[in-house]
Design a protein around this ligand. Structure first.
Ligand code: MIC
Ligand code: SF4
Length: 643
């Protein structure tokens, strides 16, 4: 039996376990990336490990999230990350150079390599044939130190593409179709592998849009083969030497197959407040809109921007609409400036932002109250835009630009003939905003710049014999990490200060949570299904840790968040019988006796609801390594105990 591309790359990097689906495997990591909002923690953790220099082939630190500097905090953090990078052998992409995933694809991605990043959209690298996975900061710190990265050996889904996209239908519509079919939890425990003749019709940036937003499926990652289209892209980036041809064997066996005929797709949108609430533009109709934002790691490539510039050229943004555009990287923005497309964009009345995440993470451009905002981004979770009742629709750049002109949701196919947009033969390459690390013999003299915003890491305790804790919060299904630990311009600058940022923990769901959890001392959180979907931010585990949360009991978990909870020493458990969810209320007192022994001996934990007087069972599924981490109180104490 032949192998899938996923199996080929994973088995070439396997250092622990066997390629048995559903079991834990350890893989060697070739490359890492961090961004600033998760990077400060990741580098504090890396420093705590005491490894002098990273052991990966390439590690890159990007500054792209916390770029609105309305206080000392963000720039202090940038300087901290820059100095750690210089000292420890990490390449540093300065603010202004672009969004981590876009720049990594352009300048560093290598087909067939493994990449983990402290950002859930790291799978963007799958567009160039990498196994690129989003992870918590601690896992990235361990990988930088040469440590193994652990995942559940995934099932592989074959998304077989046939045909070719029709004019004005975009790569964004492909991933929206996949989300429509599989849902935001359809990818959990799976890698989504794209195959079929249709693959060849998609450029690397288009493939990267699809693998990027594959994160919204809850998938471990997504991947495209590395073929002549990949070579063309790498050549244009002056990196043809990074190319290797890679694809699945023709007789590879997949766990599931989804067939999509590209010719049949039409422009679509994900409606508020979930990336899988997908409808066609026709179905939604000509809804009046207030704002349009174009950019983010999903849709900010040169090709995307050229299409937008073409649509806007010689026209004016509708007077009732605000249009913002953030090209994804300095490379993209400079090329637009040089070829005149930027002038067309400006002349139409767009507000051009720096190459960074910006509005995607609520760093400015929050819509008006109740405002309808079309965005080319990947997430439309409630409140993420910074406006609690903002109505965010996720669309392609083509839909976004066409609608910005008319003021209503507009099908770009009404624009008439589409010219051919071609990948340039060569991109403008100027890596002057990427700082090389200090040579090994000079690293000792590099001083780490630590601002007052950087507070120590919260400490955890080894697992107690018995957990007596009250329920500090009960939430429903599909709780995102944006609910657990919100982002936005006000809160993001506190990412290196866990005591301060904890004040906002779960504030979207219940403003009283912080004080209640602190007063309870030890507590348990109850959740529904797909708990913790979305971002990789380990703050969604570190803040609960700081507030005394000992266990989270849900109907099911999202992958990265579950790993982050274990890394923080918090026990994730799922209801053996989902009906028990309804029998527990906030403030109930729960008791788990002989926790360690129960974890050690089986796959079930017995919990007593002392308040209501009944026992219920929870499922657990921990590897020996995860058990040891939980006993020790998390990954850091575990790593220390194990030398
Ligand atoms: C996001 O898109 O939610 C973020 C902000 O990029 C996060 C990382 C973070 O919270 O810092 C992610 O996707 O992992
Ligand atoms: Fe940045 Fe948005 Fe991409 Fe997250 S999803 S990395 S916030 S652009």
């Amino acid at each position: 039996m032949g192998l899938t591309l996923t199996e080929k790359i994973l088995s070439a990097h396997l250092v622990e376990g066997e390629m048995v689906k559903g079991t834990e495997i350890g893989i060697r990591i070739d490359q890492t990336l961090t961004q600033d909002a998760t990077g400060t923690m990741a580098y504090l953790e890396f420093e705590a490990m005491g490894v002098p220099r990273v052991k990966t082939e390439r590690s890159v630190a990007y500054i792209d999230h916390n770029t609105l500097q309305n206080g000392f905090m963000n720039m202090d953090d940038h300087r901290y990350i820059g100095s750690v990078a210089k000292k420890h052998g990490i390449w540093f992409s300065r603010p202004g150079n672009g969004i981590c995933h876009q720049v990594h694809l352009e300048r560093f991605g290598v087909p067939g390599k493994t990449l983990i990043g402290s950002d859930s959209h790291t799978p963007t690298g799958g567009g160039i044939g990498m196994i690129a996975i989003g992870a918590g900061g601690m896992d990235v710190a361990v990988a930088m130190g040469g440590g193994t990265y652990y995942i559940t050996c995934p099932k592989v889904v074959n998304v077989k593409l046939t045909g070719k996209l029709r004019p004005w239908v975009a790569a964004k519509d492909v991933i929206l179709e996949v989300l429509r079919r599989l849902s935001v939890k359809g990818g959990v425990g799976k890698v989504i592998e794209y195959t079929g003749e249709g693959v060849k019709t998609l450029s690397v940036p288009e493939r990267a849009t699809i693998t990027n937003m594959g994160a919204e499926l809850g998938a471990t990652t997504s991947i495209f083969p590395s073929d002549e289209v990949t070579l063309e892209f790498l050549k244009a980036q002056g990196r043809a030497d990074a190319y290797t041809e890679l694809s699945a064997d023709s007789d590879a066996e997949y766990d599931e197959t989804v067939e999509i005929d590209l010719c049949e797709l039409t422009p679509m949108a994900a409606c508020p407040h979930s990336p899988d609430a997908v409808k066609t533009i026709d179905e939604i109709g000509p809804m009046k809109i207030d704002q349009v934002c174009i950019g983010s790691c999903t849709n900010s490539s040169y090709m995307d921007m050229m299409k937008v510039a073409h649509i806007l050229k010689g026209r004016t943004v509708c007077p009732s609409v605000q249009l913002s555009i953030a090209p994804g990287s300095k490379q993209v923005l400079t090329m637009l400036a040089q070829n005149g497309a930027l002038a067309d964009i400006l002349a139409a009345g767009a507000r051009v932002l720096e190459s960074a995440c910006g509005p995607c993470i609520g760093m400015g451009q929050s819509p008006n109250s109740g405002g309808i905002s079309l965005r080319t981004f990947n997430r439309n979770f409630e409140g993420r835009s910074g406006t609690k009742d903002g109505q965010i629709y996720l669309v392609s750049p083509e839909v976004a630009a066409a609608s910005a002109l008319t003021g209503v949701l507009t099908d770009p196919r009404t624009l008439g003939d589409m010219p051919e947009f071609k990948l340039p033969e060569s991109f403008l390459v100027n890596d002057n905003m990427i700082v090389e690390p200090a040579p090994e013999d000079e690293m000792d003299s590099v001083e780490i710049l630590r601002g007052p915003n950087i507070k120590p890491f919260p400490t955890s305790e080894p697992m107690p014999e018995t957990i007596d804790a009250r329920v500090s919060l009960k939430v429903g299904d599909n709780i995102t990490t944006d609910h657990i630990m919100p982002a936005g311009a006000k809160i993001l600058p506190l990412r290196s200060n866990i005591p301060e940022i904890s004040k906002y923990c779960f504030a979207v769901c219940d403003e009283g949570f912080h004080d209640r959890a602190l007063n309870m001392g030890r507590s348990v959180v109850i959740g529904g299904s797909n708990y913790g979907q979305g971002s990789s931010r380990e703050h969604a585990a570190l803040a609960p840790l700081y507030l005394g949360v000992k266990a989270v009991i849900t109907k099911s978990f999202a992958r990265i968040h579950m790993a982050n909870l274990i890394n923080a020493g918090i026990i994730p458990m799922t209801f053996a019988n989902e009906a028990d969810y309804d029998r527990i209320d906030r403030d109930d007192e729960l008791r788990i006796e002989n926790v360690r022994q129960q974890i050690e001996s089986g796959s079930v934990i017995r919990v007593t609801n002392v308040t209501k007087g009944f026992d219920f069972e929870c499922d657990i599924n921990f590897s020996q390594r995860q058990k040891a981490m939980l006993y020790a109180g998390g990954l850091l104490p575990y790593t220390k105990n194990n030398g």
